[in-house]
Design a protein around this ligand. Structure first.
Ligand code: PLP
Length: 264
């Protein structure tokens, strides 16, 4: 019998298949990891936008987590779209009960098209209940700014924001620079702060609008690598390579902001 690493994603469903649970499971598959899921919300969306959001009742989220916990050997998991304070509290309570290994927190707030994926009032709950549990947190620039109230304009302010997130309890912080409005720059830079070291990840900046689901895919790749037993730094570096390749060779799918290419 083949032994395979097992991972879990707790996130929203994207009917367009480019982000959320669908991106996570595709990424797990590409990285050779068996993926399980607990769906927090069903979204009706495609490459053009988000048209409807149906939150899943907390009891059903709790039941999904129980079912996964009782039957699988999950070594790493990620949190994506959570939507509301009620769902954050439900997930946080389940995480006290069940052990899923290392936790990657992607603090999803707003879709690239502007649709809110987390209620404004839930940001405080995310900081209070989930940030202290995160082995790795992967905010983009607007998310890091919303969580810390620090405007990130350079490496110094990125470090201040990362240290603030570490004081709130996250062990390793990856601030993704892809949303930088310095779009003239030829590179895209992310800042990584582990408890022991800090460094930047630099890749070319590709002039493409087909970046739907990049954040989900990046954090899912880190999760997959952790599930296979990679250390934090290697998992993050491998995920940067994976997402850079995925962005550099866009798929010609849909009529709007197309998905990243998981096969690249
Ligand atoms: N939909 C869901 C369910 C998500 O989890 C996310 C990701 O964070 C998005 C949409 C946003 O995708 P993007 O902002 O990359 O278009």
């Amino acid at each position: 019998m083949t032994k395979i690493a097992q991972a879990l994603t707790i996130a929203g469903s994207d009917s367009g298949g480019g982000a959320g649970i669908q991106a996570d499971l595709k990424t797990f598959q590409m990285r050779g990891v068996f993926g399980t899921s607990a769906i927090t919300a069903v979204t009706a969306q495609n490459t053009l936008g988000v048209f409807d959001i149906h939150p899943i009742p907390p009891a059903t989220i709790q039941a999904q987590l129980k079912a996964v916990a009782e039957d699988f050997d999950i070594r790493a998991f990620k949190l994506g779209m959570l939507g509301s304070e009620e769902i954050i509290e439900c997930v946080a309570a389940a995480l006290q009960r069940y052990k899923f290994g290392q936790m990657v927190l992607d603090p999803v707030m707003v879709a690239k098209g502007g649709a809110p994926l987390l209620q404004q009032s839930a940001v405080a709950a995310l900081k209070q209940h989930l940030l202290p549990l995160a082995d790795i947190i992967t905010p983009n620039l607007p998310e890091a700014e919303a969580l810390t109230s620090i405007k990130i304009i350079d490496g110094r302010s990125a470090e201040q924001a990362a240290r603030t997130l570490q004081q709130l309890g996250a062990k390793t912080v990856v601030i993704k620079g892809g949303h930088s409005n310095n779009s003239q720059s030829a590179v895209c830079q992310d800042w990584v702060f582990t408890p022991e070291q800090h460094f930047t990840l630099v890749s070319p900046r590709y002039p493409t609008k087909h970046t739907h689901g990049t954040g989900c895919t990046f954090s899912a790749c880190i999760t997959a690598e952790l599930a296979k037993g990679q250390n934090t730094v290697i998992a993050i570096r491998l995920a940067k390579q994976f997402i850079t390749a995925a962005i550099s060779q866009p798929l010609n799918i849909g009529h709007g902001h197309g998905p990243t290419n998981h096969w690249a």
